[in-house]
Design a protein around this ligand. Structure first.
Ligand code: FAD
Length: 339
């Protein structure tokens, strides 16, 4: 008999707010597809879990993004995010369907919800992960053991965490770490309605008002071209920003530039900033510290400009220029525009 009889499939929490699904849900579904494809002998499916009110019609979008099945809990108490009602519902869904693993975006909502559900289920949770694999050696024993990697010790080390004794194996994963597969509207899948059984419908916490944060400027996680300014570009930030705009992108920054007071935290890239994966990332005067690299290494093309030939950034760059940002960036811009 398999060690975890009855547990199967990879479930993904599909986060939505006001009916708008966060990309991280689709990123995790795309990654879950790769994981199930790596263990065809297990016959696993990818299952999306959607909670909210008047959200059932969104299930087809989730299927078009790669889910084989979507479990939808559509209930008026799930209208806005409530830790209490969302945790109640998710716990019941997991107890009913017994997922082998359960993935959630490491968003503000996901970081609040997933640990509570894990604690209720006595399940193992790896928080804030950046990589997931399946231990192929265990598959022969009928086990799909997740190897979940996350930065630790201030980003100086990466730890791989396993939950060998409990199911589901839970993890929260940072947004933008995985790419999203193209949408396929011809895909078909099963939509299952789940009715939560709330023992207590009195909300312990009532959200009276939601004040949306006004993001100043451009959302760097959505940009296709980013020009990153490091401390080595602090004396020419206007030029870096102008080049970014001319290339149709935006400027982002290392933490050094933010800490020095030259840029807003909204545009910081890295472990304690945002994770980005543009088509082109031009790193200007950035040393390449692991905490910065953790936020941009998945970019399709990385071009680095640094006057120090030994700078770490060159080890992950597809193309590097040794010299002064002020001299090289304008020339590089002309080359890119001409290309
Ligand atoms: P520096 O390390 O000062 O490097 C400047 C570089 O510019 C050097 O390589 C230099 O050779 C080059 N240079 C100087 N002048 C020029 C010039 N004129 N032309 C060309 N090159 C030039 N950092 C982040 O970025 N994001 C994070 O999210 C983040 N999180 C962190 C979390 C923790 C817990 C810790 C401990 C650190 C974190 N850091 C983060 C900080 C990180 O360790 C580095 O200190 C930071 O990334 C350095 O920024 P920098 O490369 O811009 O500056």
């Amino acid at each position: 008999m398999a060690k975890f009889e009855g547990y199967k499939d990879i479930y993904v929490f599909v986060e939505q707010r006001n009916g708008e699904i966060a990309n991280v849900g689709y990123e995790l579904i795309s990654e879950a597809r790769k994981l199930v494809a790596s263990i065809p002998q297990m016959g696993f499916q990818v299952v999306g879990v959607l909670l909210g009110h008047n959200v059932t019609d969104k299930a087809n979008d989730v299927i078009a993004h790669g889910a084989d099945k979507v479990i939808v809990a559509d209930h008026e108490l799930l209208e806005g995010y409530s830790t209490q009602f969302y945790a109640d519902t998710l716990t019941q869904i997991i107890e009913t369907y017994k997922p082998d693993s359960f993935l959630t975006g490491a968003t503000v909502l996901g970081r609040d919800l997933a640990p509570r559900v894990a604690a209720r289920l006595n399940a193992g949770l790896t928080a804030d992960a950046t990589k997931i694999e399946i231990d192929q050696e265990k598959v022969a024993d009928g086990e799909a053991l997740l190897l979940v990697t996350r930065p630790t010790f201030g980003g100086n080390l990466f730890g791989t965490i396993v939950c060998p004794d409990t199911r589901p194996q839970m993890a929260t994963i940072r947004p933008n770490v995985f790419s999203m597969d193209p949408v396929d509207t011809t895909r078909t899948g099963e939509v299952v309605a789940f009715t939560p059984d709330f023992k207590d419908t009195d909300a312990k916490v009532v959200v009276k008002e939601v004040i949306a944060k006004v993001v100043e400027g451009i959302d760097i996680t959505k940009c296709d071209i980013l020009v990153g300014a490091g401390r080595g570009a602090e004396d020419c930030l206007d030029m870096v920003e102008a080049v970014a705009e001319e290339l149709g992108g935006a400027m982002c920054a290392s933490r050094a530039v933010v800490d020095d007071g030259f840029a807003s935290k909204d545009i910081q890239v890295g472990q304690t900033g945002k994770t980005v994966r543009p088509s082109l990332y031009i790193a200007c005067g950035i040393s390449g510290a692991c905490q910065h690299v953790a936020g941009m290494e998945k970019s399709d093309m990385i071009i680095a400009i640094n006057r120090d030939p030994q700078a770490e950034i060159f080890s992950i760059a597809n193309m590097g220029f040794i010299g002064d940002v002020k001299e090289i960036l304008p020339l590089l811009k002309e080359e890119i525009i001409a290309a």
